[in-house]
Design a protein. Structure first.
Length: 250
């Protein structure tokens, strides 16, 4: 996992996340709706995609009432919007590669908004595939580390379930999986009683762009922050290696 730490990113953004939990829950709510409609119904025992999104919601401390409400709406017990899943690719300042995942009920509006942000804060929106080849799709699970936990035991549970990689941080463990093994590994760790800080599919950059200048780092972060602030945007992935002090501010 060299060059990529999901837990480091989570810590850097935690203060901001705490202040906008309502928006985070709304975005996850859309994922729950999509998982029910496209993944096989409202029963998580028969819908692995829904089970994965529920795990993500719980890791984000989304209340059970919110989770159940989104599932019921998607199952027809309320008015649930239909969303299209769209991925945008482009370049930010300094040649940073950026991928944006969106769920939208208005493709034209979202495309216009994302293009505007790339034109204003980046180096333009590109065609599908223009930067996707620079990333690998992986499952990433971040486990809260406590003093009573045995590192070898956690690692063996993950690896025996099919994990590809395991890394130890000061206060967390990071587990990486192939996308097709994510559900199995996540469930094995969940059944073993481990608490997740984060559990989701991620886009891991194969190489990173070192940003050493503070002004350049601010420009990159301005693009990322504005993209993430868009209501239709679910995830923003990039390959910028930012100075530590800029990441802390972010």
């Amino acid at each position: 996992m060299s060059g990529h730490s999901k837990w480091a990113n989570i810590k850097n953004k935690k203060a901001k996340t705490d202040a906008v939990k309502g928006k985070i829950f709304t975005k996850i709510g859309r994922e729950l709706v999509m998982a029910v409609k496209q993944g096989g119904g409202p029963d998580p025992s028969a819908n692995s995609k829904l089970k994965d999104v529920i795990a993500k919601a719980k890791a984000a401390n989304m209340p059970n009432d919110n989770i159940n409400r989104s599932i019921k709406k998607a199952a027809g017990e309320g008015d649930a919007d239909n969303y299209d899943s769209i991925t945008y690719e482009g370049y930010g300042p300094c040649g940073v590669a950026v991928i944006v995942d969106a769920l939208t009920d208005n493709r034209n509006r979202t495309a216009s908004d994302i293009r505007h942000l790339f034109d204003k804060f980046g180096n333009g929106l590109g065609n599908t595939g223009c930067v996707g080849w620079m990333f690998d799709k992986k499952g990433v699970i971040v486990i809260e580390r406590t003093s009573s936990m045995d590192e070898d035991e956690v690692m063996m549970t993950a690896l025996d379930a099919g994990a590809e990689d395991f890394a130890t941080q000061d206060d967390a463990f990071e587990v990486m999986t192939a996308p097709e093994d994510f559900s199995v590994v996540r469930e094995a760790l969940e059944n073993a009683g481990y608490e997740f800080i984060s559990a989701e599919l991620d886009m891991i950059p194969k190489t990173t762009v070192a940003i050493t200048d503070g002004e350049d780092a601010e420009k990159v972060l301005r693009l990322i922050e504005n993209l993430e602030d868009n209501d239709d945007v679910q995830n923003v992935y990039h390959n910028a290696d930012l100075p530590e002090e800029e990441e802390e501010d972010y």
